[in-house]
Design a protein around this ligand. Structure first.
Ligand SMILES: Cc1cc2nc3c(=O)[nH]c(=O)nc-3n(C[C@H](O)[C@H](O)[C@H](O)COP(=O)(O)O)c2cc1C
Length: 386
């Protein structure tokens, strides 16, 4: 019999948790968005639980609509820059992957390639990038852009060219181009650098990156958009995809992006599809999990209580779902959120992780040094322009 399929686990969160009202929970620090020390402690707990990665989402600016409508939300109104926050976390952790979010509509490929290469170097090969195209008019306006420019699928055309340029820049140098030969007085071998000369529809980028090829070759690329154009970008460029919605939806999305990846000449097993559990509460007994859920639901506005989207149960309940979805080919792993962090993260690592390990569904130690190795993904060969 073939070995049981093991789950990948990625924590998807903000420093206040993944629920808009997480900040109101009494366990949450008083200033959650800027209390870096408290957040680092949570990430260290995720690392003790052997999570593949921490994934920080972000929108560049506040939500559309009047301030009155958003005054109750921490998550969408206060947020440190995720890449900077991850670089602080990198120095306080050793194994966990660090996936940031950055927009292809609101940044430039050169600065983004440099940022991600830097995060990969300073974390020893643990960087990832959630490629987003930005949907909100408020975000576009912060950058002086006409909101009309940001309609899909056009924004995915921009994204495809952007990602291509970024990968080209990461490949500026051969892996061993930097020789630092003190005797010869040579820093790098000029034969092993190939500057990019990209002249595309949106971007013109000429030159090479000013840093050695990242430890992972290319930091991990994550894509969550599941429109037609989003799926195409995933199939061509992504290492990790997010399929939100229930098991049936995740299965359809996984099959579809794998089929598309194969059509682009890729081995579909090099695309890891994660189902999304937006908010999980786990406890020793169902009664305790339900009590925690009631306590949290009491913090919500009555209109929100019907659709809080929280999965609450025992470790066996959560592990049963994970096993079902793995065996039903609905997912290769799970992006797990927590309504608030202080308590639920430790409960997950104390209860669900050992339950999955007992069932042979999760690692018992980090296997590799880099995020790519831990995800079981090959290191991309350098592509040199013709
Ligand atoms: C779990 C999840 C996390 C996401 N995180 C972000 C994010 O951090 N920033 C952002 O601008 N969009 C984020 N998105 C939005 C997607 O990138 C995408 O734009 C959205 O799902 C709509 O799909 P489409 O662009 O293919 O139409 C996220 C989506 C999902 C499902």
């Amino acid at each position: 019999m073939s070995a049981k399929k093991q789950a990948r686990l990625v924590a998807i969160t903000h420093s206040t948790g993944s629920h808009l009202r997480g900040w109101r929970h009494p366990n949450t620090p008083a200033r959650p968005a800027t209390d870096v020390k408290a957040f680092i402690e949570v990430v260290q707990e995720l690392e003790r639980g052997l999570f593949d990665a921490l994934f920080l989402s972000e929108t560049t600016g506040t939500m559309p609509g009047p301030a009155e409508a958003h005054q109750h939300d921490s998550m969408v109104n206060e947020s440190l820059d995720p890449t900077l926050l991850l670089s602080a976390i990198a120095s306080a952790t050793r194994h966990i992957g660090l996936i940031t979010t950055a927009s292809t509509s609101l940044t430039q490929p050169y600065s983004l390639a440099r940022l991600l290469a830097s995060l990969d170097h300073l974390s020893g090969g643990r960087a990832g990038w959630n490629v987003v195209t930005s949907r909100f008019e408020t975000e576009a306006r912060n950058f002086g852009l006409d909101a009309q420019l940001l309609r899909a699928p056009e924004r995915y055309d921009v994204a495809a060219e952007f990602v291509d340029v970024v990968k080209g820049l990461w490949d500026s140098f051969d892996d061993d181009a930097f020789v630092h030969d003190r005797e010869k007085g040579q820093v790098f071998d000029p034969v092993r650098v190939q500057p990019l000369d990209h002249r595309g529809r949106r971007f013109r980028v000429s030159g090479s990156l000013d840093i050695a090829r990242p430890p992972q070759g290319h930091p991990i690329i994550l894509q969550a958009g599941m429109s037609e154009a989003g799926r195409e970008l995933t199939a061509r460029e992504a290492d990790l995809a997010l399929a939100s919605g229930g098991g049936w939806h995740a299965r359809e999305a996984r099959e579809d992006v794998r089929r598309r990846a194969a059509a682009h000449g890729r081995d579909p097993d090099t695309l890891v599809v994660l189902a999304v559990f937006p908010s999980v509460l786990v406890a020793d007994t169902r009664a305790e999990a339900e009590a925690q859920l009631r306590e949290f639901t009491a913090l919500l506005h009555p209109a929100e209580r019907q659709q809080h989207g929280i999965l609450a149960g025992t470790a066996a309940d959560i592990a049963d779902i994970i096993e079902d979805w793995l065996d039903g080919d609905a997912a290769d792993g799970f992006a797990v959120g927590f309504p608030y962090l202080q308590g639920p993260v430790a409960a997950f690592t104390r209860l669900v992780v050992p339950e999955l390990q007992r069932r042979g569904r999760f690692r018992t130690a980090y296997a590799g040094a880099t995020l790519r190795e831990n995800l079981g993904l090959p290191r991309p060969a350098r592509r040199v322009p013709e």
